[in-house]
Ligand binder design. Structure first.
Ligand code: NAG
Ligand code: NAG
Ligand code: NAG
Ligand code: NAG
Ligand code: NAG
Ligand code: NAG
Ligand code: NAG
Ligand code: NAG
Ligand code: NAG
Ligand code: NAG
Length: 877
């Protein structure tokens, strides 16, 4: 029986009061905006204690010191990719922010990890967590405070999107798990993680100014979903993106920052701009930006050389930006610092011990690179790799997707007599793996994409190296044909081999780099470098051709799937430094393949629906409408009744699994008393910390201070006409202007705690089933749970659970998965809340989204009146 509470009424009553505009907008309407910017409040999971310390610290700061925390010192001026100002008076060094997403960028003695996309392919929470911990410890070991990852924007709307490989999967649930585990892992070792790029940065073409139109439901059910998981994991930082959303730049967008992120998702950390994504002083501050990176981005026109820095100080002193907003910025930054970064295992943060701006093999260089000043040892070559190579190798193997294995016997290999290794993608690159900065050239085996996500390899094990090592141990003889273009040589090598391996790849990356005409985004979904012709040539002469693909996403391989002589296809993705070893572990059965495809493999690019927008009729104001709504990747394939070559979730292993004995329990084990835990409906009023001294001397460079040109500083500039400076700054500015009003704010009903209303995460069903290994080798099953939410507006099914379960040959293992209220809800644009609709829902357990083994209807629940989330779920009793 359902229990009602009284909190509902409060939630409804407050909406009009919160500076909301457009609150009564019709269903699907874009962009509610919200002012003022919600101030950080603390909360559970360590935020309260962190806020207490942060407030105490910020209370001791002067205005210019606070501003110093909010503004980067400028591009390439200090040692990291981004550096805040410091507070020398209190001995607080600047915060160091550093790329990338698979490695610590621009240094040495670091590891290169498998890409985010490969992590999704493992379908393994524990591997995601362990990679997060290992990566986090490498950033921390270099003295970095804020690591600029993980990525879930792009989510993967378009299959050719250049940075998709840095994120996880076009499925928001899988990406959400990836974000949660990665953030948790990284932050557990003392480095602040950054969820990026927030939000709808789905392609590289026009990324700096494209205006994306999106409806509110799609925003919630697809793109915002994994960011909610990052916030729930306690992420310290979020990076706003380059693009516009419904007319406003992401870094000055009060809908995405104030409304969605800071109110609805209750984000307690700080928002930083992508590098150069800030476009204003005032609008960005009032819409919720907290840190300008790299500091000088885009604003070289004013006297400060920056939108913030001295300009922010001036804006507070002249009363346009209230002091409470700058205090909130500083408190949010310091709260993240205290929650995550200040101490790890009782060890204070290490000093920055590298420089992003000297070559990794160089030791001595300028501390202030652009000023070419202060030449001293800047790169101490601190080795942070620990034993991460073993983990990287394991993840590489466990993320490899065995797409095809003819008659279930082409693989694993057992000491073949003679093998051929064909294709450039099997080989070391000429000049080594680091010959091209930011990986901006395409040669040798592909183990990461290009752009700011990569780092330098400590080494890279090419597939040919690992295969030949194994061959030597087995007395297998080897023929090689390294060229993709010499098809005669390829055929010659392949002819008569017991196994002919043919390697091919497709690359992509960030839009500031163009390779072979591909400006970040891929131009097509075919293989690069003559790869398809190479595969066809080999398969035409060898009846046991095994294709290995290192690609950044799906490629068109229908011909290979159908080819009689192609006995196996493996997708290895981007595996990082141990690439060849990981592959060999799978090929020879030392590790059972457990990878499952994190995206759909279509027959044609047009099968995917949404595509990269390569050109615009209005290139100075390019616009894009995400009119496909929630129907991307497998959701679109289902919707359009298009069959795929290989579906989302597909992947074979060396044994077979049966799924049996499905049970569905509503609210199993949930005490009735967990009902009625309302989230808070109101915040306290905004606070200021310490006092603002508005005298000239308190806000200009101290006498004798030597500026390092061209550093960005927080001081106002004397030369400006500054008669206004000596009027009192306005702590709370104009209280009748909703943008600066400091009064208590209403908490949105879908909000209340990091990640949204805690009731969203209550378990509403527990699904149980058995996994039986009916083969004669051990293996790892990856059962996937899909839910059909009902109605024509919902996809046929959406992923809402998965697990990687190792089951010994002949054994049976019982698995349980929980469905939360969020998992069975849709976003209601009118109610501005998650709602469980009244339609019959079904649950499916499958080996992929199309290979369903078990299904059941979900019994109706006696939920609270739909859409009201101010109380926790009441379960059936
Ligand atoms: C703030 O300043 C007071 C007085 O100088 C000092 O006692 C306190 O330790 C300082 N707190 C912090 C967090 O710096
Ligand atoms: C701001 O940071 C810069 C760079 O670290 C430093 O030189 C300057 O002294 C700081 N200003 C204040 C007011 O602390
Ligand atoms: C206040 O200062 C900011 C930053 O320099 C400037 O953009 C704005 O125009 C100023 N406003 C007034 C009213 O002086
Ligand atoms: C550092 O590496 C570069 C190639 O990136 C090479 O040209 C240079 O000689 C190396 N310098 C030292 C000191 O080893
Ligand atoms: C490889 O061949 C050598 C000599 O022919 C033999 O001694 C050795 O046992 C073989 N090793 C394997 C693993 O078959
Ligand atoms: C697709 O792009 C790759 C990389 O630029 C290129 O090698 C290939 O030829 C293109 N495919 C087609 C069909 O044009
Ligand atoms: C398969 O390989 C054999 C050689 O073993 C060749 O004769 C045949 O044409 C190949 N099949 C195709 C479809 O290329
Ligand atoms: C599970 O299903 C299998 C096959 O349908 C059956 O043999 C077995 O008894 C079932 N186990 C339970 C506990 O119901
Ligand atoms: C400075 O401001 C004062 C007062 O607003 C004004 O009278 C004066 O002309 C200004 N001077 C300059 C150089 O702009
Ligand atoms: C305060 O803001 C309101 C609403 O934007 C505006 O109408 C009013 O003129 C402002 N008052 C002052 C003193 O700036």
């Amino acid at each position: 029986m359902a229990r009602a509470t009284t909190a509902i009424l409060a939630a409804v009553a407050i909406l009009g009061n919160a500076g909301l505009t457009n609150a009564q907008a019709p269903a699907g309407a874009p962009a509610l905006s919200l002012f003022p910017s919600p101030w950080g409040q603390g909360g559970g999971d360590g935020w309260d204690a962190a806020y207490e310390k942060a407030r105490a610290f910020v209370s001791n700061l002067t205005l210019v010191e606070k501003v110093n925390l909010t503004t980067g010192t400028g591009w390439e001026f200090d040692r990291c990719i981004g550096n805040t100002g410091s507070i020398p008076r209190l001995g607080f060094r600047s915060m160091c922010l550093q790329d990338g997403t698979v490695a610590v960028r621009y240094t040495d003695k670091n590891s290169v990890f498998p890409a985010g996309m490969n992590m999704a392919a493992t379908f393994s929470r524990s591997l995601m967590r362990r990679r997060g911990e290992a990566m986090g410890s490498e950033f921390r070991g270099k003295g970095i405070d804020v690591a600029l990852g993980p990525v879930t924007g792009p989510l993967g709307r378009v299959p050719a999107g250049g940075r998709n490989w840095e994120g996880f999967s076009p499925d928001p649930y899988l990406s959400g798990v990836g974000m949660f585990e990665t953030v948790t892992g990284m932050q557990s070792v003392g480095v602040i993680a950054t969820a990026k790029h927030y939000i709808l940065n789905e392609q590289e073409h026009f990324r700096n100014n494209v205006d994306v139109t999106i409806d509110d439901r799609t925003m919630h059910e697809l793109y915002l979903w994994p960011f909610a998981d990052a916030v729930r994991a306690g992420v310290g930082a979020v990076m706003c993106s380059y693009n516009k959303i419904n007319g406003n730049y992401s870094c000055e967008n009060s809908w995405t920052l104030n409304y969605l992120l800071k109110n609805e998702l209750n984000f307690q950390g700080f928002v930083m701009s992508d590098w150069g994504a800030q476009h204003s002083t005032l609008e960005s501050a009032l819409a919720g930006l907290d840190m300008a990176m790299p500091g000088d981005g885009g604003a070289r026109g004013n006297v400060y050389g920056a939108f913030w820095g001295g300009a922010l100080t001036e804006a507070v002193l002249n009363g346009t930006i209230p002091a409470w907003r700058v205090d909130d910025m500083a408190v949010r930054i310091m709260a993240a610092y205290y929650k995550i970064g200040a101490l790890s295992g009782n060890k204070p943060r290490p000093d920055v011990n590298f420089s992003a701006w000297v070559k990794p093999n160089v030791t001595v260089g300028p501390v202030y690179f652009r000023a070419n000043a202060s030449i001293e040892p800047v790169n101490l070559h601190v080795d942070v790799q620990a034993d991460h190579g073993a983990l990287i190798r394991e993840i590489g193997a466990k993320s490899t997707v065995l797409l095809k294995n003819k008659n279930n016997k082409a693989l694993p290999l057992h000491k073949p007599g003679h093998i051929a290794i064909i294709g450039e993608d099997a080989q070391d690159a000429p000049g080594g793996p680091n010959a091209c900065e930011d990986n901006k050239c395409y040669r040798g085996t592909l183990a990461m994409g290009y752009g700011s996500g990569p780092g330098y390899f400590p080494y890279l094990v090419a597939p040919a190296t690992a295969l030949k090592k194994r061959a030597a141990a087995d007395n297998t003889t080897v023929a090689e044909a390294p060229s993709n273009w010499d098809l005669d040589a390829a055929r010659t090598a392949a002819t008569g081999a017991d196994v002919a391996f043919v390697f091919a790849s497709a690359d992509s990356g960030e839009g500031y780099i163009t390779i072979d005409g591909n400006t970040g985004d891929r131009n097509n979904l075919t293989l690069w470098g003559n790869g398809d012709a190479l595969i066809q040539a080999v398969a035409s002469v060898n009846p046991n051709t095994i294709v290995v693909l290192h690609t950044v996403g799906p490629v068109l391989i229908d011909y290979a799937a159908k080819h009689e002589n192609i006995t196996a296809i493996l997708w290895a993705g981007l595996q990082g430094q141990e690439s060849g070893n990981s592959l060999v572990d799978v090929l020879y059965g030392d590790i059972a393949p457990q990878g499952r495809s994190p995206f759909t493999w279509g027959q044609n690019i047009s099968d995917y629906g949404a595509q990269v927008m390569y050109t615009s009729p209005t290139p100075l104001a390019p616009a894009q409408n995400f009119s496909e709504g929630v129907f991307i990747d497998y959701r679109y394939f289902q919707h359009a009744h298009t069959s795929s070559v290989y579906p989302f979730g597909h992947g074979l292993t060396y044994t077979q699994f049966d799924f049996e004995n499905l049970t569905v329990h509503p609210c199993k084990g949930q005490a009735a008393s967990t009902a009625a835990v309302p989230s808070k409906s109101w915040t306290a009023a905004a606070q200021t910390y310490g006092t603002v001294n508005s005298s000239m001397s308190a806000n200009v460079d101290p006498s004798g201070f030597q500026r390092i040109k061209p550093f960005i500083y927080p001081w106002i500039i004397r030369a400006a006409n500054a008669t206004w400076l000596f009027t009192a700054p306005k702590a709370f500015a104009n209280t009748t202007d909703p943008r600066t009003n400091n009064s208590a704010q209403a908490v949105l009903p879908a909000g209340g705690a990091p990640g949204g209303n805690p009731g969203l995460y209550d378990t509403v069903y527990t699904i149980g089933f058995d996994v039986r290994n009916r083969g004669n080798v051990n293996g790892t099953a990856v059962p996937q749970l899909y839910v059909q939410l009902g109605g024509k507006d919902n996809p046929w099914g959406v992923l809402r659970g998965f697990d990687d379960v190792s089951v010994a040959a002949g054994d049976r293992v019982h698995v349980e998965m929980n469905l939360t209220r969020r998992d069975i809800s849709n976003w209601d644009t009118e109610k501005q809340n998650w709602v469980v609709n009244n339609l019959q829902k079904y649950v499916f357990i499958g080996r992929s989204v199309v290979d369903i083994a078990l299904n059941s209807s979900l019994p109706a629940l006696s939920l609270q009146s739909a859409g009201v989330m101010q109380q926790r779920l009441a379960c059936l009793e």
